[in-house]
Every structure is written in structure tokens, then in C-alpha cells.
Write a protein that binds this ligand. Structure first.
Ligand SMILES: Nc1ncnc2c1ncn2[C@@H]1O[C@H](COP(=O)(O)OP(=O)(O)OP(=O)(O)O)[C@@H](O)[C@H]1O
Ligand SMILES: Nc1ccn([C@@H]2O[C@H](COP(=O)(O)O)[C@@H](O)[C@H]2O)c(=O)n1
Length: 221
């Protein structure tokens, strides 16, 4: 794939060891349409933070090509995207707080849910190595997991009317798959996810997330 060569060239340009800055790094996670983009934009505005996303903008032109490939190649694309975003986070966190829309937990939770067939009970048990943060990937200070009921998620998806990936369609059609993603998110460790109920109004969700950030990130100016 010519797209694979292009992505690998970008990865090669990233420093092997990334030194992060002193400002806090906050990741917003959740299933699609739980409100991540809405929250990351509002938090970035409130904290005057840099706003980043995984996969990063610099590889987004190749995303569709990788989404059409077999799962293992698709996962490699999203995994590498996290390492590219890590070097963006390192640079940005020297200047201001950083808010990231999806990161490693998304890649891991969707991958685990896809690879494990059958019931939720077939997932690897809690504390299994698949739920651990990769040793060589820059860690965030806080990961916020937004949750809404399946019914509210569907309302938001339909209200938005955007195109979805086959995995996102699977989430809607297959409640077992959705539960496996949710349980995998909940079992991610070091860092684990702090759950915020994202069902209330945008303003109330923003206040809940900001209050969590202020509690958990003492280095915030
Ligand atoms: N608290 C809220 N109450 C009602 N609607 C909301 C709320 N937050 C977000 N929405 C709406 O729900 C839809 C999905 O929100 P958003 O795009 O922020 O989700 P997302 O998690 O980033 O989705 P994706 O992962 O698919 O990009 C949007 O139309 C948004 O305006
Ligand atoms: N860090 C990430 C980000 C995304 N994914 C995969 O993409 C889909 C959701 O992305 P949206 O931009 O539509 O929110 C989802 O199917 C994930 O598998 C990922 O693996 N890692």
C-alpha cells in the first residue's frame, strides 16, 4: 500500500523518545456520538488548551484507505496514529494544557471487542495485559470516559446524520459488541478512565468534566 509507506515515513520522523511538557494532558474517550468532540472543543476553549485528536490530522487523508483494509492493518494504522499524536502532545504540553479527542484507549477497546468473538464473558479478565497502557507511549494525566444510554446515543447519531464506519454501524446493530467496547474501556488501567455521565445538557456535561479536571490536575495554572 503506498499509503502505508507514507504513514511509516511520518512515524520515522517522530522522535523515538518523547519528552512531554509540564502542562496537563487530558484525553476524552467514549463511544461515537457520546459528545467527545463537543466536550473537547468546549474544554479547550475554557482552559485555553491545545486541541488534538487521534488519529491526527496529518494522517487523516489515508484513514479511509486503511478503514477498507483487513482488521489487523486497520489497527496498525490507528496504533501508529497514537504514537504520532504522542509527539504532538509532547510539543504542545510545553506551551499549554492539551485536550485529546480519543487516544490509546479507543484503539485498544475497539480492537479487543472486535478480536473477541461471542459474549462479553469471553473478554480477557480484568487486569489482563491487554488492558495495560503501552510502556513506550506518552501517558495522559487524566482520561475521561463519556457515557450515555444506548437510546440517547442513537438519538444523537440520527440527529447528526453523518456517515459512519462499519464498526460504528456494528455498535448500533450489535449490543454485545457495544458492551464489549464499554467493558474494555472500563477495564483499561494505568491510566484508567474516569466516567462522566454525558446525558445532561452540553453546559452541565462541560461543568462536570471541568470540575473533574480541576480535581485531578493540580498542575493546571
Ligand atoms: N450534552 C448533549 N446533549 C445533547 N446533544 C449533544 C450533547 N453533546 C453532544 N450532543 C450532540 O450529539 C451529537 C454527537 O456529538 P459529538 O459529535 O460531540 O460526539 P462524538 O463523541 O465526538 O462522536 P464521534 O466519535 O462519532 O465523532 C452532535 O450532534 C452533538 O451536537
Ligand atoms: N485512537 C483511535 C481513534 C479511532 N479509532 C477507530 O475509529 C473509529 C471511531 O472514530 P471516530 O473518529 O469516528 O470517532 C472506531 O471504529 C475505532 O475503531 C481507533 O481505533 N483508535
Amino acid at each position: 500500500m503506498p499509503e502505508a509507506r507514507a504513514v511509516l515515513e511520518l512515524v520515522d520522523q517522530c522522535p523515538r523518545q518523547v519528552l512531554r511538557g509540564a502542562f496537563p494532558v487530558i484525553v476524552i474517550e467514549g463511544l461515537d456520538a457520546t459528545g467527545k468532540t463537543t466536550v473537547t472543543q468546549a474544554v479547550a476553549g475554557a482552559l485555553q488548551a491545545a486541541l488534538l485528536k487521534s488519529p491526527p490530522a496529518c494522517i487523516s487523508q489515508w484513514r479511509q484507505a486503511f478503514d477498507d483494509e483487513p482488521a489487523i492493518i486497520r489497527r496498525a494504522f490507528y496504533s501508529l496514529g497514537n504514537y504520532i499524536v504522542a509527539s504532538e502532545i509532547a510539543q504542545a504540553s510545553a506551551r499549554s494544557p492539551v485536550v485529546v479527542d480519543r487516544y490509546w484507549h479507543s484503539t485498544a477497546a475497539y480492537a479487543i471487542a472486535t478480536e473477541v468473538s461471542g459474549a462479553v464473558q469471553h473478554l480477557p479478565p480484568a487486569h489482563h495485559p491487554v488492558y495495560q497502557w503501552p510502556k513506550d507511549l506518552l501517558k495522559p494525566d487524566l482520561v475521561v470516559l463519556l457515557t450515555v444510554s444506548p437510546e440517547e446515543r442513537l438519538r444523537r447519531i440520527r440527529g447528526r446524520g453523518l456517515e459512519r464506519t462499519s464498526e460504528e454501524e456494528e455498535l448500533e446493530a450489535n449490543s454485545v459488541f457495544r458492551q464489549k467496547v464499554e467493558v474494555s474501556y472500563a477495564w483499561m488501567e494505568s491510566p484508567g478512565c474516569h466516567v462522566v455521565d454525558a446525558s445532561p445538557s452540553r453546559e452541565r456535561v462541560l461543568q462536570a468534566v471541568l470540575s473533574l479536571i480541576r480535581d485531578r490536575c493540580p498542575q493546571l495554572p
